[in-house]
Design a protein around this ligand. Structure first.
Ligand code: PHE
Length: 505
């Protein structure tokens, strides 16, 4: 409305000298007129020049008097035409502030006699203050003296009024053309694209943030799955690089698609005694349905039972009653060494060939969750099976493997695993943290594990395992595993993080 009025006015007149006057003449709010002017100016339909004026506006007190009359007049009218009124009586008839101000102003004007009794001195008064205030409200300009007296009584305050003077601009038209933002099929069919004006491209506008930089964000799937995929995105990239390292070193990937495993393959075949605390439900998730495995290789089970109970191969064994029911129990695998064990068992059945195997997949532990532990994580596992391997070979392959991950300062500490002897914990010097951090576990599989499988006596297996989360946390500087994995992950962090490359190319 205001837009049509402005453009229409300029069709016949040179200029709108004052947007304020224009607004009141045409019955618009000045604010609306200003908004239209800004927009038309932006599209160069009009040229607008700022104008500023000092103007006066009524204070709250001023507004009250403009409506009800000045206090002096209110007081005068409360005094009877004839006779007098006691001051107390008069006070009761008026508001306290009106009475107070009224007394002093009416006294000053010599309209009334102020004593114990109050009486009129003149017959008639005019409310000049009220009239002046109304004129200010209307926007009239007043003389200096009037302004000063109203200002002194704090009935008006100065205000800078901002408006515009407006002339036609280079793109002036009596009505705003609708510019199209897109060429549509209808435009083409109707042929009106020839006349249609199109909005210019703003090549400086910033595009929306790109949805990129994280792998497999399955937006179409449920949000839960999406979050899960994002967690993996971190791991996945690191995982892919790890796979490449293993492949470069001649390792083959093991099939790790069975999260559910029997206790036999997870523990017994690894010469882990049945009383071992890790086999307690406090540490391991056992399955309720199906609670037991359907089949185990019976001949091999016999050999495993024997090595636990009475040893052999130069070992005394653990000297306890090995129970089949314990071995049958299903669980969520606690380490991928269960997979390594199955693979070695299968390998031992073949005529001997040296092998290098690796896997990177999930394992599950009944852990209390804290800043470095979750109940499930990914384990990286590597093993080399060959004749005559020594601890020196293990140290050598670990140095080779970890230096490709960017961790070239390693230290080893003697450790204990039921299935390896010797065993070593692996530490790496962290340049950022300026300290040695534990990154993995390793060892040479025991003869009590390898010989029942049927390997020749001189076959040695060196192996190591580590969590995928640990190096990922170190590489991305994440100090709480829950920021990396689980329901507390900050999605924006996932998007912001640059891809982190391991070690050297
Ligand atoms: N299975 C061990 C663990 O869970 C890692 C490991 C693998 C240790 C192979 C020695 C040999 O930590």
């Amino acid at each position: 409305m205001a837009e049509e009025a402005i453009l229409g006015y300029l069709a016949t007149s040179e200029e709108i000298p004052d947007s304020g006057q224009f607004a009141s003449q045409h019955g618009f709010q000045h604010n609306d007129v200003v908004n239209v002017i800004k927009s038309l100016h932006g599209f160069r339909y009009i040229d607008a020049q700022d104008i500023k004026r000092e103007s006066w506006v009524l204070t709250d007190e001023g507004k009250k008097y403009a409506a009800d009359g000045s206090p002096e007049v209110q007081l005068f009218l409360a005094v009877p035409q004839e006779g007098s009124i006691s001051k107390d009586e008069l006070q009761k008839k008026l508001e306290p502030s009106v009475f107070k101000i009224g007394c002093s102003q009416a006294g000053k004007n010599k309209w009334v006699d102020m004593g114990k009794q109050v009486s009129r001195k003149v017959q008639h008064v005019e409310d000049k203050v009220k009239d002046l205030l109304i004129r200010i409200q209307k926007g009239d300009a007043l003389g200096k003296d009037d302004i000063n007296s109203l200002k002194a009584r704090k009935l008006i305050v100065a205000q800078t009024w901002k408006g515009y003077s407006v002339k036609k601009g280079p793109n002036y038209a009596p009505t705003r053309k609708k510019v199209a933002t897109d060429l549509t099929r209808e435009n083409l069919q109707r042929g009106d694209w020839k006349e249609q004006e199109f909005k210019e491209y703003n090549f400086n506008a910033k595009g929306p943030p790109a949805e990129a930089g994280h792998l497999h964000p399955l937006l179409k799937a449920s949000i839960g799955h999406y979050i899960y995929q994002l967690h993996l995105a971190y791991g996945k990239y690191v995982k892919q690089q790890l796979k490449n390292i293993f492949l470069q070193l001649g390792f083959e990937e093991m099939p790790t698609n069975n999260f559910v495993e029997s206790s036999f393959w997870n523990f017994d075949a690894l010469f882990q005694p049945q009383q071992h605390p890790a086999r307690d439900s406090h540490d391991t998730f056992f399955l309720e349905v199906p609670s037991t495995t359907r089949e185990l290789p019976e001949d091999y089970v016999k050999l495993v039972k024997r090595v636990h109970e009475s040893g052999g191969y130069g070992s005394r064994g653990y000297m306890y009653d090995w129970k089949r029911e314990e071995a049958n129990k299903n669980l969520l695998r606690t380490h991928t060494t269960a997979v390594s064990t199955r693979m070695l068992y299968a390998l031992a059945k073949q005529p001997f060939t040296p092998k290098r195997y690796f896997s990177i997949d999930r394992v599950f532990r009944n852990e209390s969750v804290d800043r470095t532990h979750l109940a499930e994580f990914h384990q990286i596992e590597g093993l080399v099976c060959d004749k005559g391997l020594t601890l020196g070979d293990l140290i050598g392959v670990l140095n080779d493997f970890f230096s490709r991950l960017g961790m070239s300062k390693l230290r080893f500490k003697p450790a204990y695993n039921p299935y390896t002897e010797p065993s070593m914990e692996i530490f790496s010097y962290h340049e950022g943290l300026k300290k040695w951090v534990e990154i993995g576990n390793s060892g040479m599989f025991r003869p009590e594990m390898l010989l029942p499988m049927g390997f020749p006596e001189d076959v040695r297996v060196i192996a190591w395992g580590l969590s995928l989360e640990r190096p990922t946390m170190i590489l991305y500087g994440v100090d709480n595993i829950r920021d990396l994995f689980g329901h507390k992950v900050d999605l924006s962090l996932m998007k912001r993080n640059p891809i982190c490359r391991l070690g050297i190319d």
